[in-house]
Design a protein around this ligand. Structure first.
Ligand SMILES: Nc1nc2c(ncn2[C@@H]2O[C@H](COP(=O)(O)OP(=O)(O)OP(=O)(O)O)[C@@H](O)[C@H]2O)c(=O)[nH]1
Ligand SMILES: [Mg+2]
Length: 326
């Protein structure tokens, strides 16, 4: 068993596509194997340039990601792509769309494409996406691009795990800068006005410029505003250049601070999730949660007392107990 895991981990490190795909599936399903593999390959991570690409639905993210990946492929860099689909894993629409759009890349042995769906109630998406990035990083991807729809908290969190975040905006369509969530605007290291072949690119550029004028540059970096036509590839080379420039800039101390911050939030996220799952597993099986909800609803008990009890009564050494049972 241990031997098999070690072989699996080695296959990941050598870039074996099937081993990588299976590992990310295990992570997505929360299987212990995923965690085990992560532990084995973690020391080999940290080399990838992780780029987050976010923006409204239909802004052209997938089209741009494909072109950007091809740009990096041109000099032999292995590229990993994670498309985060906020819809149900079973709707399939967007996933299928991305597959078709990225078909050209799919036949390239040096590109790994993966769709991940938002997870259910227990645990957010961010930890799984984080681990998937680590697998691709360990597998030798020099660049990992994460595509997320910039609307919800999950997506902002996913974008936070990137070293560089590209925010796509498009002309017209009421996609005004003001209506874009403040949190999303703030995480952008690079602004890209995609569909620059359509009228209104100038106006949106003015809006972004106005917004940037009143905000303090994060980490001393002044986010550039670029224009692209993802369908034709126009502006993609310039985007790559800016990204690489940002990476070099980041290397001067900023990246270190950011990475430290990312490690900190990853640890806290995992801790939060682990503790929550422990309580949920031990104390919230079946209808227990409903019963507690009922007690609070009828004012028989207050929520603070209920939570204090749940936490206090959770077996502290659960891991050892369940291990000895096995
Ligand atoms: N005119 C024009 N159309 C574009 C451009 N970039 C993308 N499109 C088109 O816009 C549509 C949506 O593109 P996608 O790449 O799927 O957009 P997306 O942001 O990934 O969409 P979701 O993942 O569904 O949120 C497609 O029909 C693209 O061909 C562009 O620069 N100009
Ligand atoms: Mg897409």
């Amino acid at each position: 068993m241990m031997q098999a895991k070690q072989e699996w981990a080695e296959k990941i490190l050598s870039g074996d596509r099937r081993a990588i795909a299976r590992a990310i599936s295990a992570i997505e399903k929360g299987e212990p194997a995923g965690r085990e593999l992560l532990k084995r390959v973690f020391s080999k991570t940290g080399g990838a340039f992780v780029i987050g690409v976010t923006g409204s639905p239909g802004a052209g993210k997938s089209t741009l990601v494909e072109k950007l990946a091809a740009e990096y492929r041109a000099d032999g860099t292995r590229v990993g792509i994670i498309a985060v689909d906020p819809t149900s894993p079973f709707s399939g629409g967007a996933i299928l769309g991305d597959r078709i759009r990225m078909q050209r890349l799919a036949t390239d042995e040096g590109v790994y494409i993966r769709s991940m769906a938002t997870r259910g109630q227990l645990g957010g998406l961010a930890p799984a996406a984080h681990d998937a990035v680590s697998i691709l990083d360990a597998a030798g991807c020099g660049v990992v691009i994460i595509e997320t729809v910039g609307v919800g908290q999950d997506e902002v969190e996913v974008a936070r795990l990137a070293e560089a975040t590209v925010l796509l905006l498009v002309p017209g369509m009421g996609d005004d800068v003001q209506t874009f969530k403040a949190g999303v605007m703030e995480i952008a290291d690079l602004f890209v006005i995609n569909k620059a072949d359509q009228p209104g690119a100038g106006r949106i550029e003015q809006e972004i410029t106005a917004m940037l004028a009143i905000s303090t540059p994060r980490d001393g970096w002044q986010p550039p505003i670029l224009r692209t036509v993802a369908t034709t590839g126009e502006g993609i080379a310039a985007l790559r250049e800016k990204l690489d420039e940002f990476r070099v800039f980041g290397g001067q101390g900023v990246r270190e601070a950011r990475r430290r911050e990312q490690c900190r939030s990853r640890l806290l996220d995992l801790l939060r999730q682990e503790l929550f799952e422990k309580v949920a597993r031990q104390r919230l099986q079946g209808s227990e949660l409903d019963a507690l909800v009922g007690e609070v609803l009828s004012r028989r008990r207050d929520p603070h007392t209920v939570v204090e009890e749940l936490v206090a009564e959770t077996a502290p050494r659960e891991t050892e107990i369940s291990k000895s049972r096995r």
